[in-house]
Design a protein around this ligand. Structure first.
Ligand SMILES: [Zn+2]
Length: 292
């Protein structure tokens, strides 16, 4: 698999799967007429016109900095009990580990696992099942979570946001002594730091990487589709606090618009990464021509 070289940073991806999500269910307040002008922004990789379904990747970005190999967001995982999420319920396949191997990586190579937030499709491979117990998948890694995100989810448990992902993919990491619980403006070193981007979840963060003038940001689920660049006010169903999510999204798009910063959202249509450019009174997503 090709590596994207950005200054001294090497950016890779490990794709676990593509899944579909009904566009009306993901954006309940948005009509088909409102979608219509933008369908060529997402078709064919990100939208099926026959079914009006969004096609979304579940993927990790892996970044090699001059000092560390860092995995951002750990996808859905295997053997996880996710009754409300058929795509990642009790899954058992080697796709993800093979995708790492295709990048020349094995689980021992990862120095840090960093999660933008603690939803099930971002924490799953934090752990794997071994002899009936959840153990860290990446044996040499420290795992970086924000403390407030963990505290918030530890107390939440309902049909929409079940506790299972915390119990099988986050707390075992904490109990194994492998978690670094940090503030949402934490900096790992000169190359890696967090930016608070709350809304999708209580303490969602964007994870920044830089090397000289080269910049990339892994922005998780603060935005779900390139069409939200034109309409940052579109509220996505999975958002925890959708009003706050909208404000965060608009500010984020404004901050990085017409800059060289490579934007790497979790679920944009493949190849997912690109840049924000101004467009009419809003923004547009320009796909990265060097793709990783
Ligand atoms: Zn997600």
């Amino acid at each position: 698999m090709a590596h994207r070289q950005l200054g001294d940073l090497q950016i890779m991806r490990a794709l676990e799967m593509l899944f579909t999500f009904d566009a009306d269910a993901m954006f309940p307040d948005v009509t088909r007429e409102q979608w219509a002008p933008y369908l060529d922004w997402i078709t064919p990789q990100g939208y099926d016109p026959e079914t009006h379904k969004l096609i979304m990747p579940v993927q990790s970005y892996i970044v090699r900095t001059p000092h560390h190999t860092i995995l951002v967001d750990a996808c859905a995982g295997n053997h996880k009990n996710r009754p409300g999420r058929p795509y990642w319920h009790m899954k058992s396949d080697n796709t993800y580990l093979k995708a790492l191997a295709n990048n020349g990586l094995c689980v021992e190579d990862i120095d840090f696992v960093m999660c933008t937030h603690l939803h099930s499709d971002h924490v799953g491979w934090n752990t794997r099942l071994q002899d009936g117990r959840w153990v860290p998948t990446f044996p040499n890694a420290r795992y970086v979570f924000t403390e407030n995100e963990l505290v918030a989810w530890r107390d939440i448990g309902n049909e929409k946001f079940p506790r299972n992902p915390i119990e099988d993919s986050v707390l075992p990491i904490v109990e194994a002594g492998r978690a670094d619980l940090v503030k949402n403006d934490f900096a790992l070193d000169d190359h890696v730091w967090l930016e608070p981007t709350p809304g999708h979840t209580p303490d969602h963060v964007a994870i920044h990487f830089n090397s000289g003038n080269a910049r990339a940001v892994m922005c998780g689920d603060l935005i779900h589709t390139p069409v939200q660049c034109a309409h940052p006010e579109w509220e996505a169903w999975p958002d925890w606090d959708s009003k706050r999510g909208c404000a965060t999204r608009r500010a984020f798009l404004d901050r990085y618009c017409d800059t060289d910063t490579l934007i790497c959202p979790a679920h944009f249509p493949l190849p997912s990464s690109g840049r924000i450019v101004s467009w009419n009174d809003a923004y547009r997503f320009e796909v990265d021509d060097q793709r990783c």
